[in-house]
Structure formats: structure tokens, C-alpha cells
Design a protein around this ligand. Structure first.
Ligand code: HEC
Length: 143
């Protein structure tokens, strides 16, 4: 039963590729400098992503390039990236012979998985102006 949402996602992915919803993005908090810095640290640390996807996410013989906007699994939208981080990729199609492992219990929390996915999303998407952190409000002048 647990596998069903993933199965649906995999079946829906080719259809969804043409219709990535404009709001399929990380939220503004996940695009803040501090949250993206955390995602980047997880990419190189506990998430272990850079081992296969390279230090800059440009890929290796063990994992896909995450910076080129070419998506073999899903539509490249934020939710699709979150799904891959959580569930892994069982059947690589671009050369690697070892699957991407799913997150194991205790490796990353769901919030951390979203944070690392938000970092990965920014490797191939510009942050929309509406989601850019607003500059801190200027203080009223006192004299
Ligand atoms: C053991 C190696 C390995 C690790 C660790 C790993 N991946 Fe992957 N990843 C892969 C492989 C293999 C694929 C599928 C590549 C293919 O089909 O050619 C993949 C695919 C992906 C995709 C989909 C790419 C596409 O073209 O659709 C994303 C996104 C991704 N990985 C993100 C991550 C993130 C984020 C992490 C860390 C949390 C991570 N991966 C950890 C090996 C790995």
C-alpha cells in the first residue's frame, strides 16, 4: 500500500512533464539563504548526494547531472525532486548501474529532505521574484 503514491507519481510523470504547475516550487522559507545553506550542507553531508551527483551536482558515473534542466525521472518540479530524495530511483536510465537509495530511517527528516530538494531545485531554476526573501523593513527614523 505504501508504494502506491510513488507508483502513481511514476505513471503520471511523463504526462506531467508538459504541465509543471507554476506553484510547484519550494516555499519562500525554504528559499531563504539560511535554509538553502542547510540544504547545501546536507547535500554534501548527511544526505550523501555529492558522492554520486558530484560536488557541484554536475553528475558522475554514479548519478545524474542535477544542474542541466534535463530530467530522466519526473518533471523537475520541486515536488518531483522531493519524491526522488525520499523514495530514491530504483531504475537508472542514463548510465549508472546502481540505483539511488531511498532515505533510510533517521538519515534525514522530511523537513531536511525538502531543504536538500530546495537546494537541488535552485541548481536549475531561478528563484521567482515573488519568492525572493524581501529585504528587511527599514527602521523608522527617529530624528
Ligand atoms: C548511490 C548514489 C546516489 C546517491 C547517494 C544519491 N543519488 Fe540521486 N540519483 C542516483 C542515480 C543512479 C539516479 C538516476 C540517474 C539515471 O537515471 O541516469 C539519481 C537520480 C536523482 C534525481 C533525478 C534526476 C533526473 O534526471 O530526473 C534527483 C533529483 C536526485 N537523484 C537527487 C539526489 C539527492 C538530492 C540526493 C541526496 C539526498 C541523492 N540524489 C543521492 C544516484 C544517487
Amino acid at each position: 500500500m505504501r508504494a502506491q503514491p510513488l507508483l502513481l507519481l511514476l505513471l503520471a510523470a511523463p504526462v506531467a512533464a508538459a504541465a509543471q504547475a507554476p506553484d510547484d516550487t519550494p516555499n519562500a522559507a525554504e528559499l531563504s539563504d539560511s535554509s538553502l545553506a542547510m540544504g547545501k550542507a546536507l547535500f554534501h553531508g548527511a544526505g550523501n548526494c555529492s558522492t554520486c551527483h558530484g560536488e557541484a551536482g554536475r553528475g558522475s558515473d554514479r548519478g545524474a547531472n542535477l544542474t542541466d534542466g534535463v530530467w530522466r525521472h519526473g518533471n523537475g518540479g520541486f515536488l518531483s525532486i522531493v519524491e526522488q530524495v525520499v523514495h530514491g530511483v530504483d531504475h537508472p536510465t542514463g548510465g549508472p548501474t546502481t540505483p539511488m537509495p531511498r532515505l533510510t530511517v533517521g538519515q534525514l527528516s522530511y523537513r531536511q529532505a525538502r531543504s536538500v530538494a530546495a537546494y537541488v531545485w535552485t541548481l536549475s531554476h531561478a528563484i521567482p521574484a515573488s519568492l525572493r526573501p524581501s529585504p528587511s523593513p527599514s527602521r523608522p527614523r527617529t530624528r
